[in-house]
Ligand binder design. Structure first.
Ligand SMILES: [Zn+2]
Length: 449
């Protein structure tokens, strides 16, 4: 298959401009990666990785995380079980393990049922008020799009059912509260696989829940029109914690080695099995840890598995905040993987996202490794945050995130953050590609021979 390396051309141009030295493309022997200074044939060392990266193992771990465990929302038992699985595995590979537990903010959880006994799936935005512990039972009030004029006196004490669109969520909520509604249900205006994830700001005056378009329409027809009621329960989960699992290996000789980080988050958004986001990156990092567990190295390697990414990169932020000044000064680079296994046919490119859009040791070693091993997918250097590489970058550590996107548009798979992010949409071949590419790149930086 054909593979374009946009980055090689870009770097060549840049180095020509900077140095004024004329280089022929054939002389572009790759960047100043650590590997460039190392003896031996890099391709032979790649083989030590690619011959052993076993995509069936990766796929099996994606299945454990996304099917056996399922959605792994920060602070839940499922996230904790996933962390336990990762810790046990890394221990079995002989790594020194560190478990970090850290507090996360309260999150809201909810439950909605009709007087007819039907359950409706809801999403509760952070910032929603709570209901009494037994819930709030009231008739529904059809409040259209939630403009002030959509409310009459009849709204008082009822649960306002409002369609998404035209005005902001918070405006709808404030209008409902001003009319005396006891709570708000906002239903989507397009058909999605899950209820909407809404941003409503802080301290909403009444409880708020999001529901799917189909649920809203059914409630309008079956409940609002017939005078039935619904019961909404919204609770804050407080005092919760998430955790990071860190596996470390240091070279046999010497001390104070440079540190290379390989990271992935294992939590997911609510209702999403998180097969691609991010069981794929987690499982691939686990496999790289297995393959690299005993090869001689001249740098310290840390596999950093983080929780609570989906609620604001909290795990990785916590991790870098625990690094001492001495560790930070030894920190060389970070390879992060987030969403590397989608089978979505348009996602034919692996994007190498850096926060500043510039190449660094991680992107350069990955580009060089991809060139050597013949990674089939196009590799695209791109400026983008939105994953744990941001935390490393902000701590002053050069970092990259590997993620599958559609070339040109940079679109993500349509299953992103939805209940459809399932193992059915995972490509075993692309898991292998990610493992080979990132594994070879990491090894090229840390190997000692
Ligand atoms: Zn993710």
């Amino acid at each position: 298959m054909k593979r374009k390396n946009k980055f090689a051309a870009l770097t060549l141009t840049a180095s020509l401009m900077l140095s004024g030295v004329v280089m022929m493309p054939a002389d572009f022997s790759g960047p100043a990666t650590a590997e460039a200074a190392k003896p031996g044939n890099p391709a032979a060392f790649d083989k030590k990785v690619t011959a052993r990266i076993d995509e069936r193992r990766i796929y099996e771990d994606v299945r454990r995380l996304s099917v056996d465990i399922g959605p792994r929302v920060a602070g839940t038992e499922e996230e904790r079980v996933a962390a336990g699985m990762i810790r046990e595995r890394l221990q079995s590979y002989g790594y020194e393990i560190d478990v970090q537990e850290f507090a996360i903010p309260d999150t809201m959880v909810g439950h909605l049922s009709t007087s007819g006994g039907e359950e409706v799936t809801v999403s509760i935005p952070s910032g929603s008020a709570s209901t009494p512990p037994d819930g709030l039972t009231a008739p529904l009030y059809d409040a259209g799009l939630g403009y002030p004029e959509d409310f009459t006196e009849a709204a008082a004490g009822k649960i306002a059912l409002i369609q998404r669109g035209e005005i902001g969520f918070r405006d709808k909520i404030d209008h409902a509260a001003a009319a005396g509604a006891s709570a708000v249900l906002i239903y989507d205006n397009s058909e999605q696989s899950g209820p909407p994830n809404m941003s409503i700001g802080t301290d909403a005056p009444i409880p708020v829940a999001g529901i799917k378009k189909v649920s809203g329409e059914a409630l309008l027809e079956d409940i609002a029109a017939t005078g039935g009621s619904v019961t909404l329960k919204v609770d804050a989960l407080s005092g919760r914690t998430s955790q990071n699992i860190i596996a470390k290996r240091t070279p046999k000789k010497g001390t104070n080695h440079e540190i290379v980080y390989v990271s992935a988050h294992f939590d997911s958004v609510p209702l999403a099995p998180g097969a691609n986001d991010n069981a794929s990156g987690t499982a691939t990092a686990l496999e790289i840890a297995r393959v690299l567990k005993s090869y001689p190295i001249d740098k310290e390697v840390r596999f950093v598995f983080v929780g609570a990414e989906e609620i604001g990169l909290l795990g990785s932020e916590h991790y870098v905040s625990t690094l001492s000044g001495q560790e930070l000064s030894r920190s060389l680079t970070n390879f992060n993987m987030d969403m590397v296994g989608t089978g979505w046919e348009n996602a034919t490119a692996i994007y190498l996202n850096t926060v500043d859009g510039l190449p660094n040791l991680s992107t350069e070693s990955a580009m060089a490794a991809g060139e050597r091993i013949g990674t089939p997918s196009e590799l695209v250097l791109y400026k983008r945050g939105s994953s744990d590489h941001v935390s490393f970058h902000e701590a002053g550590i050069p970092a990259v995130n590997f993620i599958r996107r559609e070339p040109g548009t940079a679109a993500l798979e349509p299953y992103y953050h939805s209940p459809e992010d399932t193992i059915d949409h995972i490509s075993i071949g692309r898991l292998k590609e990610a493992g080979d590419l990132v594994g070879s790149a990491v090894y090229s930086v840390i190997r000692s021979n």
